[in-house]
Design a protein around this ligand. Structure first.
Ligand code: BTN
Length: 409
């Protein structure tokens, strides 16, 4: 007998679901609620999903009972794929888990579990299998996916995390998603960026599988852009905390928002926002941070080698990028609750670990290139400087960048 499989589409936020019942003659489609909890029908995506699901279902002759998940061409609706969910289950267990238990937990067929395990092994996961006991994860490669993140974050949180192999820029992708109605808290992470962007139109080197390249979407309510002009500095403090919480390493903070280790650059931050012209309120903010984790000097383009460092170069230990990404998400979630009102903890961290104040620096902008003494950080994260004529002034984020006179810091 030919039995067509049960086809189901798993959708985060119950935004869309298609299900075929075994032996059913007709397709039943349910579309519950607004996408992402926003007024965003996403019919384009939904119809893609339906079309690809139906086509896949119709084009096969099935001879076993099976159950599988179809993912749409666009990746926003579904984040946890079969492999990610299998990793999540295996990571949560210290002992063997039977294939039956995994398939029950995830609502997958045994065949789907077997093929996910096979494919995970090909990705570098070491999974031992013992008859009558099941599977045990003995080693994970350094990959960032929702399965890995689920070891450090509640599974609901990973629903709004999109992990990509490669993208031009995580900030670009997240901005597109924001315009399509993605919710506050949406995260985009990529294993590599082909056009990672930095401040002042600079590029950001993003070698594959070495760093954490992450963007977070914030939608502060009734907040003017003017009240978050120092957001980049808040983010620097937040990412400083994330690195500390993940690995116990205290970075320096170079004004305005680079993190440093041993006088070299460890992390760059690019904060972009969209503002309503009528009232100056923020529509959304995209916070992008790139942290160098497991790079060696050769992984950086030659022109950056004298200024760039990584956590590995500093500690001599290869570190888990997923762990850091999870801590970055936690820190940025906290920042999104705090900004713009709960400033003091960010200012305290910023001042304590600031490496610019107390040094002679060069101020560089379109109309400035001058040497000054950096005296202090003011209450708005501005850099108080004394110029060569002895005049004191404060430089704000966006007005100028700072270079060290005798090196990067
Ligand atoms: C800088 O050093 O000037 C800022 C670099 C910011 C890089 C991050 S990596 C993730 C996000 N995506 C981007 O294209 N840029 C930011």
């Amino acid at each position: 007998m030919t039995v067509r499989p049960k086809l189901s589409l798993r959708a985060s936020n119950a935004s869309a679901a298609i299900s075929y019942m075994e032996h059913a003659q007709s397709l039943s489609i349910s579309h519950a609620g607004d996408c992402f909890g926003h007024k965003c029908p996403r019919n384009d995506i939904l119809s893609n999903v339906i079309a690809s699901g139906v086509a896949a279902w119709q084009s096969h002759t099935w001879n076993t009972h099976s159950h599988f998940t179809i993912f749409p061409a666009r990746d926003i609706i579904i984040n946890m794929n079969t492999k990610d969910s299998v990793i999540a289950v295996l990571k949560k267990s210290r002992d063997y888990v039977s294939g039956e238990k995994i398939s029950e937990t995830l609502g997958l067929s045994r065949m789907a579990v077997n093929s996910a395990v096979k494919s995970l092994r090909a990705d570098g996961y070491e999974i031992t299998s013992v008859t009558n006991r099941g599977y045990l994860l003995t080693r994970s490669p350094d990959i960032i996916n929702c399965g890995e993140l689920s070891a450090y974050l509640p599974s609901e949180r990973t629903e709004k995390v999109l992990c990509l192999e490669s993208v031009d820029s995580t900030n670009n992708r997240l901005r597109s998603l924001a315009l399509e109605g993605a919710p506050a808290g949406q995260i985009v992470i990529a294993e590599s960026q082909t056009a990672g962007r930095g401040r002042y139109g600079r590029s950001f080197a993003s070698p594959k599988g070495k760093g954490v390249y992450l963007s977070a979407l914030l939608r502060p309510q009734n907040v003017t852009a003017a009240s978050v002009m120092s957001a980049s500095a808040w983010v620097a403090a937040a990412i400083h905390n994330a690195v500390m919480n993940a690995f116990g390493v205290r970075t320096g903070i170079k004004w305005v928002n680079d993190l440093t280790l041993g006088s070299k650059k460890l992390c760059g931050i690019l904060t972009e926002m969209s503002i309503e012209s009528e009232n100056g309120h923020i529509q959304y903010m995209v916070i992008g941070a790139g942290v160098n984790v497991n790079e060696t000097a050769e992984d950086f383009p030659e022109e950056y080698r004298s200024v760039a460092t990584s956590l590995y170069m500093h500690t001599g230990v290869k570190l888990s990028r997923a762990k850091l990404a999870a801590e970055m998400i936690k820190s940025l979630d906290k920042l999104s609750e705090d900004i713009p009102f709960n400033k003091q903890p960010y200012l305290d961290i910023y001042r304590t670990y600031n490496v610019t104040a107390g040094k002679e620096v060069r101020l560089v902008s379109a109309n400035e290139n001058s040497v000054a003494y950096a005296k202090a950080i003011d209450d708005e994260f501005g850099l108080v400087v004394i110029d060569k004529d002895g005049n004191e002034k404060t430089v704000h984020s966006g007005e100028a960048s700072v270079r060290g006179l005798y090196g990067y810091v």
